[in-house]
Ligand binder design. Structure first.
Ligand code: ZN
Length: 282
């Protein structure tokens, strides 16, 4: 994944600011190792912050505090070296419910952006090293740019989810192109990087969508295989367990911390490791 200097410089500045705020001195090493380190640090800092009656008593982090969420994150198997999937050269973007891969990874995606933006999510993503792809509506991204830039600074990637969040299926090429290219242009202006992935609102699309998405710079169009809402994973496939390449969908809603944790636990139960979609589609 390449980044232009115009994007990287503010991201690094924001990251340094975050580091100063959290006092976190851990580099971004191997994700699995980093998760363990982050959890250990969170436990240590929670203990240090608690008035100590007896040094032998280890304080538990308060329920649903940031340290609690981090402490609940499982330790994952080591992530494989990403093998990017082949992309068609047909002039249309492929449409995938799950990434066509046998690698033992699954992907967390967060949609929309206009409804709610829990502030704890930024530190949770950083502390637990959660790879996330954000499919944003461009007006929400424009109104709350700082929030999404902070998630970007801790490793998240911004992708395209149209301007108006209308169903695209059956609409004209010009309408669909305006919704997809218009959002891509705006997101590129806000974040310094043009989106390379697209998710149609409600997953509703037709062949025109895939052509327009391709013409607007999308390498692939994604549906999903699981939804996560208020801490519950709902499987949309017969297996009822996360499969390699699965794409988990959640939204910027008030319970996003719980949704992220539920997704991580479901991925862990399946023997998989969370990975970044953009490392597999490039
Ligand atoms: Zn949406």
């Amino acid at each position: 994944m390449s980044a232009t200097p115009t994007r990287r410089i503010p991201a690094v500045v924001t990251l340094l600011a975050l580091l100063a705020l959290t006092g976190c001195a851990v580099g971004r090493g191997h994700p699995a190792h980093a998760r363990q380190v982050a959890a250990a640090e969170a436990t240590a800092s929670a203990s240090a912050a608690t008035p100590s009656v007896s040094p032998s008593v280890t304080a538990k982090p308060a329920f649903k505090s940031l340290a609690w969420y981090v402490s609940q994150v499982p330790t994952f198997p080591e992530a494989p070296v990403p093998q990017p999937v082949p992309l068609p050269t047909t002039g249309s973007a492929p449409f995938w419910h799950r990434l066509p891969t046998d690698q033992k990874v699954a992907f967390i995606t967060i949609d929309d952006g206009g409804l709610a933006r829990p502030p704890g999510v930024i530190d949770f993503i950083w502390e637990a090293r959660i790879p996330v792809t954000m499919f944003l509506n461009s007006p929400a991204a424009a109104e709350h740019t700082d929030y999404f830039r902070q998630i970007e600074a801790v490793g998240g990637v911004v992708e395209n989810h149209t301007i108006a969040h209308n169903s695209l299926a059956g609409r004209s090429y010009d309408y669909q192109r305006q919704e997809i290219c218009g959002a891509a242009d705006r997101l590129e202006g806000l974040f310094g990087k043009r989106p390379t992935l697209f998710r149609p609102p409600f997953g509703e699309h037709d062949s025109t969508t895939l052509k327009a998405a391709h013409d607007c710079g999308a390498k692939a169009v994604f549906h999903w295989t699981e939804t996560v809402h208020e801490g519950k994973v709902r499987y949309q496939t017969p297996e009822k367990v996360v499969q390699p390449g699965d794409v988990l969908l959640m939204h910027f809603r008030p319970a996003l911390m719980d949704d992220l944790l539920a997704a991580l636990k479901a991925i862990h139960r399946a023997g998989l490791t969370p990975a970044l979609l953009e490392q597999y589609v490039r």
